[in-house]
Write a protein that binds this ligand. Structure first.
Ligand SMILES: NC(=O)c1ccc[n+]([C@@H]2O[C@H](COP(=O)([O-])OP(=O)(O)OC[C@H]3O[C@@H](n4cnc5c(N)ncnc54)[C@H](O)[C@@H]3O)[C@@H](O)[C@H]2O)c1
Length: 434
């Protein structure tokens, strides 16, 4: 490796903490900054507040080798850095009442501007400020303006990692995208990733910024397409698993992201697709395809609710919801399909008893949390699988039958043992099979 770089990372969430811990693992000297003092204190003693495979080990390694430190003061964090990575949230804008006005697709860039302003006050001349947050076109300029420093270069380097496999996605990315007007700065950033041997695309900032939205929009489109094909399969009596297997063998389509489910969610796909629709509209293009993708996803939540309503009276029912995270392998419930579906069930009068192996609290809802899957199923008339955790695949069906008050399963991830359930007298519904 070349001489280790001095790297500061601003924001220690899923992206920032992964970025910092991985760069330290690669031998660089890293300081991570966060405005959340409690988080900084916890991280400083190796207490990682998020659930992400392999991340706690890398943080511990970084602390032990002295290559990773956490501070709450941006000035202290960035003053010696050759590279400053901005990994702060870019959530949907909120209206005056503080509600997320996500349908408008506006992006709240206040955290980014504020972080850039602070960095601008302290970063040394010649440093490269790298924006990893997902941002609308023009944000590289916004960062440069907020910093107010002509001696510091801004580079756009969108992050494509997936929660649940963030560490390996960072260390072995499919590609690295760097958008810069200064080719030398872009090459300096590219060098930090050369060990991964990933294809590196150096382009202009607007293209880099757009590519991140395009990637998420494509994946969301693929998922909505799969769910709508599943709906067609149900209607015509076809088997979605076989249909998708046929599709997946086509190299032009590929087999990734070809699994039907309860609808997609998470902290990125919903906000990023809405932001792209908005960005396009503001530029004069009505992105009707992507609006359709969003509508299909909302329909999918309803389709799951309707499957439950087909077997019980929601106004009186107790539903055991298995899974709250937006997907397996994470504790992240931001924009989780589980919460969207639970809200609709609760609004119809149902009681929702939920269990998720990685989620220990959910705020602002009336979902009752259970200690395990069997406790969630106690007295329930419907077991509803929403997150594809492995442990739900191997539940003891006899034990479930013993604790539930009626034997209905809605498997919105198609992961349960249908034959075993049918043998024990369950009514079994999944996605994409009549
Ligand atoms: N989570 C993902 O899977 C993912 C993947 C790719 C890209 N992204 C993008 O990366 C960005 C960060 O996402 P995340 O999921 O890591 O967010 P997060 O909410 O998990 O973490 C953000 C962190 O930034 C801190 N922060 C906020 N303002 C700050 C400031 N001014 N100075 C210092 N710290 C500050 C917060 O306290 C928090 O710890 C977003 O733009 C997101 O769209 C996320």
């Amino acid at each position: 490796m070349d001489a280790p770089a001095k790297i500061a990372v601003v924001g220690t969430g899923y992206v920032g903490l992964t970025t910092g811990a991985c760069f330290a693992h690669l031998g660089h000297q890293v300081v991570c900054v966060d405005i959340d003092i409690d988080k900084v204190q916890r991280l400083s003693v190796g207490d990682v507040p998020i659930f992400e495979a392999g991340l706690a080990e890398l943080v511990e390694e970084g602390l032990n080798t002295g290559r990773l430190a956490f501070v709450a003061n941006t000035g202290v964090g960035v003053r010696d850095a050759d590279f400053v990575y901005l990994c702060v949230p870019t959530p949907p804008s909120t209206d005056r009442e503080g509600n997320a006005d996500s349908s408008a697709g506006l992006v709240d860039l206040r955290a980014l501007e504020s972080a850039a302003r602070e960095v601008g006050l302290h970063v040394r001349a010649g440093a490269v400020v790298v924006n990893k947050s997902t941002v609308p076109v023009g944000s590289a300029r916004l960062v440069a303006k907020a910093m107010g420093r002509s001696d510091v270069t801004v580079v756009s380097n969108p992050e494509f990692l997936r929660e649940g496999s963030a560490v390996s996605d960072f260390l072995f990315p499919d590609r690295v995208v760097i958008g810069a007007t200064d080719r030398g700065a872009a090459q300096r950033v590219a060098k930090l990733h050369q060990r991964s041997a990933a294809p590196t695309i150096i382009t202009d900032p607007a293209t880099a910024e757009t590519s991140k939205y395009a990637a998420n929009a494509f994946l969301a489109t693929k998922l909505s397409f799969v769910n709508t094909i599943a709906a067609v399969c149900e209607a015509v009596g076809a088997n979605v698993a076989d249909v998708l297997s046929v599709l997946g063998h086509d190299k032009r389509i590929g087999s990734e992201c070809l699994t039907p489910g309860p609808g997609w969610g998470g902290s990125c796909f919903p906000k990023d697709t809405q932001a792209l629709v908005r960005m396009a509209a503001d530029a004069g293009y009505d992105y009707s395809l992507l609006r359709g993708v969003l509508a299909a996803n909302d329909e999918q939540f309803n389709r799951v609710v309707n499957k439950v309503a087909a077997v019980v009276d929601l106004a009186r029912a107790t539903i055991a919801m298995l899974g709250l995270a937006f997907k397996a392998g994470t504790d992240d419930t931001r924009n989780s399909p589980a919460l969207a579906i639970a809200e609709r069930l609760l609004a119809a009068g149902a009681r929702v008893q939920a269990y998720d192996p990685a989620v220990t609290r959910v705020e602002g809802t009336n979902i009752a949390l259970a200690r395990d899957a069997y406790a969630a199923c106690e007295g329930a008339e419907v077991l509803l699988v929403v997150t594809e955790w492995d442990e739900f695949k191997t539940l003891d069906v006899a034990q479930l039958a013993g604790v539930m008050s009626a034997l209905n399963v809605v498997d919105a991830r198609n992961i349960m043992d249908a034959e075993a359930l049918l043998r024990h007298g369950f009514d079994y519904q999944c996605i994409g099979r009549g």
